[in-house]
Structure formats: C-alpha cells, structure tokens
Design a protein around this ligand. Structure first.
Ligand code: APR
Length: 169
C-alpha cells in the first residue's frame, strides 16, 4: 500500500531512499533547496553532477547521496514560470513523473519531493501543488513498488496548501 505523506522540514534531514532536488539545468548547484542539498551532501555531489553534463527542464538525473541520510539524490529541473503559456505545467508534471520513474528504476521505495519551481522559479504554489499531487497519485496507481512519497514543505504557505489539498483526497 503506497502512502502519500506531508511534512514541514529541511529535506536534507529526511531518512528516505531518495530526495529530489529542484536543480537548474547546469546541475552545478545554486541557492534554495539546491544549495542546501549540496551543502549537506558535500563536495563529492558537485563532482558527480559535473559528469552528468547538465539536465534539460522537465527531465531528471540521479546521483549518490554522499553525506546525506538519503542513499540517492534525484536532480530534476523545474520550469521557470513565465505566466503559464509556455507549457510550464506540463514541464512541472514531467519533473514528478521522471523523478518517480527514476526512483523505481533504482529500487527506491521511499522518496521525498520539495516544492519544485515554487521558489526562485516563481511557479504559483497552489497550481504546483495540484500538479504534484495529481502526478504522484496517478503514478502510484500503476507502480506499487514505492511505499512512501513524502511532500516536504519548507515554508508554511506550501505546507498549508498541501494540507488542504491532501485532506480532500
Ligand atoms: N528543504 C526543503 N525545501 C526547501 C529547502 C530545504 N532545505 N530550502 C528551500 N526549500 C523550498 C523552498 O521554500 C521552495 O518552496 O524549495 C522550494 C523550491 O524553491 P527553490 O529552491 O528556489 O527552487 P526553484 O523554485 O525550483 O528554483 C530553482 O533555484 O536554487 C536555485 O539552482 C536552483 O536555479 C535553480 C532554482
């Protein structure tokens, strides 16, 4: 039985098989959750990321977790919000699907997502939450190997949006 759970936490502290990073296309680190994950994982993470030669928006790539509690990090590149007419919603949905598929391919049974694109990339939080929950729910219908998906909110605004939406399920 797959469980969708909500937590307000620093994602680098979570003891799950894999945490998802809201990266940029260079995969060379940045601020926000990207910066936090690289700081917590240590410099070997950047060294491994450099070998990956970047990542297109909507795609995902996996690395070791190094000093993190998580075994792996899945780096996905969310869309920058330009108003909604540039396929941003489809690209964000793809981030969740590709990350979940990569987790299954690497025998992960628990995965934690940050609120991809809702920080620096300015994606509307409510719309992003709806996309995230829809994509995870749809994926779990046909993929039973993942037993836990954790939505990890760092800020309260996201947390209360997810709480309200998940309570309706
Ligand atoms: N744990 C969990 N979530 C976090 C953490 C953390 N330690 N730090 C920040 N967040 C949350 C933010 O509050 C936000 O809700 O992650 C969400 C995504 O925000 P950003 O990290 O700004 O990511 P994003 O909006 O996808 O922009 C990506 O920012 O850091 C750069 O290199 C990154 O260029 C890329 C861009």
């Amino acid at each position: 039985m797959s469980a969708i759970e909500l937590i307000q936490s620093d994602i680098t502290q979570l003891e799950v098989d894999v945490i998802v990073n809201a990266a940029n296309s260079t995969l060379r680190g940045g601020g926000g959750v990207d910066g936090a994950i690289h700081r917590a994982a240590g410099p070997r993470l950047l060294a491994e990321c450099i070998k990956l030669n970047g990542c297109p928006t909507g795609e995902a790539k996996i690395t070791d977790g190094f000093n993190l509690k998580a075994r792996f990090v899945i780096h996905t590149v969310g869309p920058i919000w330009y108003g909604g007419d540039s396929h941003e919603s489809d690209q964000l949905a793809s981030c969740y699907r590709k990350s979940l598929s990569l987790a299954v391919e690497n025998n992960c049974t628990s995965i934690a997502f940050p609120n991809i694109s809702t920080g620096v990339y300015d994606f509307p939080k409510e719309l992003a939450a709806n996309i995230a929950i829809r994509e995870v729910q749809t994926f779990l219908v046909t993929n039973k190997s993942i037993s836990k998906v954790l939505f990890c909110c760092f800020d309260s605004e996201n947390y209360f949006i997810y709480q309200r939406l998940l309570d309706k399920l």
